[in-house]
Write a protein that binds this ligand. Sequence first.
Ligand SMILES: [Zn+2]
Length: 217
Amino acid sequence: MRIVLVGPPGAGKGTQAAYLAKNLAIPHISTGDLFRANISQGTPLGVEAKSYMDAGNLVPDSVTIGMAEDRMEQPDAADGFLLDGFPRNLGQAEALDAYLKGKDLELDAVLDLEVPEDEVVKRIAGRRICRKDSSHVFHAEYNKPKTEGVCDVCGGELYQRDDDREETVRKRLEVYHTETEPIIDYYKAQDLVITIPALGKVAEVTQRAMNALGSGE
Ligand SMILES: [Zn+2]
């Protein structure tokens, strides 16, 4: 199966992508991983991406598309893949279509993880991270530490990352609406979009998505 996963920041996209890819036995191709791998291996695209990033500029779509195409050429992706973070705008979606068409392939589905916007803001803006170990994560409302501001696990100080501030989250959502949401309409016109309500437990959301793909138990 060839699947694209989309959803706003805070929808749990990365987590769902990992579970779905495992259940479907296809590789999980995330843009974040692609960038890290290309940069750490010093590939020509990685070197190019790094030069933009070091200068504080956005990496052009052509570089991202090149990395994604290289990855889709790998043998483990021959029978399918799950794309996470790509395409992130209309230009990338059109490039993906052109690439697949050239191989006589097509997408099977575009999964759209849907969460109410205020819920996204609440989830992210409430996050509190331990300064000593960033895997110790609490939530001001849903997963309160025993003592406010103190990590239950190690006693470290809890803080809010700048990225998680409400203002920043609203800004990221705005970028998502402007840049990424148009691809949902683009794929709707191809009858590929399956909307998955993404509230609830992680395993429940995964099951919903598997059922929607016709691969549920
Ligand atoms: Zn801690």
